[in-house]
Write a protein that binds this ligand. Structure first.
Ligand code: SF4
Length: 492
């Protein structure tokens, strides 16, 4: 990898070139992903995290005690609740600017979770993971690299644990150990922004058993490391961008998810941050997912775009003053702010861990993510309601540009007199992009399954709902004085 210091979005885009990655998309090996027209919008979205750092340094950068430098907030370890809150504010802003997943939060959340977990492992085992991680973070900060966090295994038969799988590669594991480090095999699914990153951090995806120590591996690899293959996932309407700028709906930005296959890829000792401490895998998963579940306030930024698009199409259709239209916009705002409120509350309630890093409130983080799984779908329904049926019957950009039929379409597809037909088409395509098209991948299905499917949050909420305490509160006010079973027997 080029050992450059990335400052501008262009530095970032250039830093991704010439890495000779093994990337497949639609059956073809992609020579240079950065310049592929279907991939480039996702690169642009990640590049926005670099641009905002220059334009709004107070929001998107901070001083790091680890490197002693001003660093991108995506590479910072939160040293106060305010730091955790600032992450959310940054995420909402980037959602507003891109209307999609800008991909850099997974690495941030992985670093923040690992910072405290490696500290705890070292305290128990006398290992050196924490100092290694700090050295790694310093290197990342000084170069301003982007990091992908690779947690979700492909999992095979869900009724079986990693060691019980017919194929051991269903969960990433150590395939060989040497004096210098470990080799890993397996595959990580749905990996956000991995090809647009410089480094990957692999982590286990679930609680592990004592006989599954080979699966308890955490380490960092450069994205171009030998033995790694990437297969980019199809996204709804992802070829629209090849058909025209209007057709894409949001031609500039998109998310990215890929399957990463590790075939005996090597991690040197100095980049290993957990190696066999199976009893810490659940702690790591829980801390990482808590961070990432409240990171989903990113969707409130995308929701701002959707509300703006819905209000605009109402205006273009000449119905913006109708009371039921205004009420639907109020409802969308209410829903959208609920996502933000729960996420930012989880961040405000952060507490210091023994490592000094701050950890967000797990219960509220899970409530935030659970709300996201529902609210985005209702927001999409309301936006489609406001858009009208033309959302899915609109003729193509090619027809609109056709010399013969184009002017006829411009006449018949016109809404309010002062608004050009093309503007009406553009805003409809944006709503389509967010609710049915390419960025619905991030706004809807990723909201459902990303950072864990809905049931995973319900399990965590159940664990932390303190039902006994709440029952006691109710009983106190109701004047219920419970007696123990023995005392009751005595009474009888
Ligand atoms: Fe960040 Fe949201 Fe994308 Fe996760 S889904 S990486 S929180 S933008």
């Amino acid at each position: 990898m080029n050992k450059i210091i990335i400052q501008t979005p262009m530095d970032y885009i250039d830093s991704l070139r010439g890495r000779n990655l093994k990337v497949y998309l639609m059956g073809v090996r992609v020579e240079e992903p950065v310049d592929h027209p279907m991939i480039r919008p996702s690169v642009n979205a990640m590049a926005k995290t670099y641009e905002l750092a220059l334009e709004a340094p107070k929001l998107a950068t901070t001083m790091s005690p680890i490197s002693g430098e001003r660093v991108n907030r995506f590479l910072h370890i939160a040293a106060s609740a305010e730091d955790v809150v600032q992450q959310n504010k940054l995420q909402r802003r980037l959602g507003q600017l891109t209307g999609t997943c800008f991909q850099r939060c997974v690495g941030m959340d992985a670093l923040n979770a690992l910072y405290s977990v490696t500290y705890d492992i070292d305290a128990q085992h006398g290992t050196a993971y924490h100092s290694r991680l700090k050295a790694f973070i310093k290197e990342m900060q000084l170069h301003n690299y982007a990091i992908g966090g690779a947690m979700t295994d492909v999992k095979g038969d869900r009724s079986k644990s990693p060691i019980e799988q017919a194929d051991p590669d269903m969960y990433l594991h150590v395939s060989k150990r040497t004096e210098e480090g470990v080799y890993i095999r397996g595959a990580k699914a749905h990996q956000t922004g991995c090809i647009n990153s410089h480094w990957l951090i692999v982590m286990p995806t679930l609680r592990l058993r004592p006989d599954e120590a080979d699966y308890a591996i955490v380490g960092a690899l450069p994205v171009e490391a030998e033995g790694i293959t990437y297969v980019i996932g199809r996204q709804s309407c992802d070829t629209r961008g090849l058909e025209g700028e209007i057709e894409a709906g949001n031609a500039e930005f998109s998310g990215q998810e890929a399957l990463i296959i590790f075939e005996d890829a090597f991690i040197p000792n100095e980049l290993i941050f957990m190696n066999g401490e199976y009893e810490y895998s659940a702690m790591l998963v829980e801390r990482f997912t808590a961070f990432h579940r409240r990171s989903y306030v990113c969707k409130s930024g995308v929701g701002d775009v959707l509300i703006g698009a819905a209000a605009t199409i109402a205006e273009y259709n000449g119905v913006e003053q109708a009371s039921h239209i205004r009420d639907k916009l109020v409802e969308m705002t209410l829903l959208n702010e609920t996502i933000y409120a729960t996420g930012i509350a989880a961040s405000y309630q952060s507490r210091a861990s023994p490592s000094g890093a701050y950890l967000c409130d797990e219960l509220l983080a899970n409530v935030c993510k659970q709300q996201v799984t529902r609210i985005t779908y209702e927001m999409a329904r309301l936006a489609q309601d406001l858009a009208g049926g033309l959302l899915v019957t609109l003729p193509s950009e090619a027809d609109y540009r056709n010399e013969e039929i184009g002017p006829v379409l411009a006449k018949y597809l016109k809404g309010r007199e002062a608004v050009p037909t093309e503007n009406r088409m553009r805003i409809l395509r944006l709503i389509e992009n967010l609710t049915l098209g390419r960025n619905a991948v991030g706004y809807l299905t990723e909201s459902l399954h990303g950072a864990g499917s809905p049931q995973a949050q319900r399990i965590q909420i159940q664990r932390q709902m303190k039902l006994e305490l709440k029952q006691q509160l109710a009983k106190n006010l109701a004047g219920i004085k419970e007696v123990t079973l023995n005392a009751h027997d005595d009474h009888l």
